[in-house]
Design a protein around this ligand. Sequence first.
Ligand code: PGA
Length: 252
Amino acid sequence: MAKKIIIGNWKMNPTSLAEAKRLYTDIKKGAPRIRMAEIVICPPAPYLAALTGPGKSVILGAQDSAEETQGAFTGSSSPLALKSVGVQAVILGHSERRAKGEADDLINLKIKAALKAGLRIILCVGETVRDEQGDYLVVLRSQLESCLADISKTQMNKIAIAYEPVWAIGAQATSADTPEGFLHNAIYIRQTLSKLKGASAAKTPILYGGSVSVKNAESFLVDGKADGLLVGRESLKAKNFLAIAELTSRAA
Ligand code: PGA
């Protein structure tokens, strides 16, 4: 039985190292009982080095990394530097970064640099608006094609896809997607991946993200057959995040 994946994306929260340590410790305390789900916590970059430590129950992830591994790139984090402080995974292509102008070709370079550094990738894709005609599927296909260009079939083993419809993310979201909506799109994503990367795509985890809560998590995992969840706001509350992690583990 494959383990599911539960990712906590803290975004630009909390605003002090003391709070970050408290939240991380609380999550770590509950993590050993989550047996069938990998827990990936992605705190803001300034806290990463301070949060590594003993214990394998939580995987530390970054929220972004640079398109190169070294050099004159003011303000960017090298995936090699991230790796050296204990980071094992990185979220790339999150819609909040795309909204700042990050395009698919840059995300593609970031994926390549992160793979070179030995990081696992969580690649976010998702449409901004859902139209009735299904044209948004073209958006998904083009994101996958461009972001994964020149990524080998073997390298695909290091990549998970998070389907996150932009309209379902964050406090301004009107609602989460439905499990049926997610399942439909996950099937489309898997078909696209297998056209692009062949049989290796059958194993690529496809996660759901966007207003995941304790209330709706199970339906995405069971009815939506999600391979895991990417959680924003609810990952800032240790109790809720652990409850979602437990549901994820149980669904494996
Ligand atoms: P949300 O964020 O759970 O707060 O909607 C999800 C995300 O952006 O990854």
